[in-house]
Ligand binder design. Structure first.
Ligand code: FES
Length: 145
């Protein structure tokens, strides 16, 4: 992990406000921001551990534990909520129990008028997702495994 962090620190060395870009890069490389990275980031940026930890916990984007084999994000922003995303998120949580899939909220995927929207593994966006459509997508995802 230290070699990866050092590469990321060097990349952002002279960048003002480097904390968020560093956290993004760490999560991109490792899949999450390990607790062990917090003191190293704090030292690098001359911040307190609490400040770094505060930013990690404030932004829903950052994970503090390794993700599952797949990451599924359900949009929980207002427009999708109006189209039933809360019920969809509850269905997803039940459907994914015991699966090696990380379920996360996300706040807008740019498909507001055709929600509820979900994202699978950073690459796939799906709109108008009903519980039935969700199950079909998860079945397909299982077949890819
Ligand atoms: S509010 Fe869900 S995609 Fe924008």
């Amino acid at each position: 992990m230290n070699a990866i962090l050092n590469t990321i620190f060097t990349k952002h060395q002279h960048q003002p406000g480097a904390l968020l870009p560093i956290l993004y890069d760490i999560q991109h490389e490792l899949g999450y921001v390990p607790e062990d990275a917090v003191p190293l980031i704090a030292k690098e940026l001359n911040l307190s551990r609490a400040e770094v930890h505060g930013v990690i916990t404030y932004y829903h984007h950052f994970r503090q534990t390794p993700p599952g084999k797949h990451v599924v994000r359900v949009c929980c922003a207002e427009a999708c909520q109006a189209n039933g995303s809360e019920a969809l998120a509850a269905h997803a949580a039940k459907r994914l129990q015991g699966a090696d899939v990380t379920l996360e909220p996300v706040y807008c995927l740019g498909l507001c008028s055709i929600g509820p929207a979900i994202q699978i593994d950073e690459t796939e966006l799906h709109a108008r997702v009903t519980p039935q459509k969700f199950d079909a997508l998860m079945h397909k995802l299982g077949e890819k495994a």
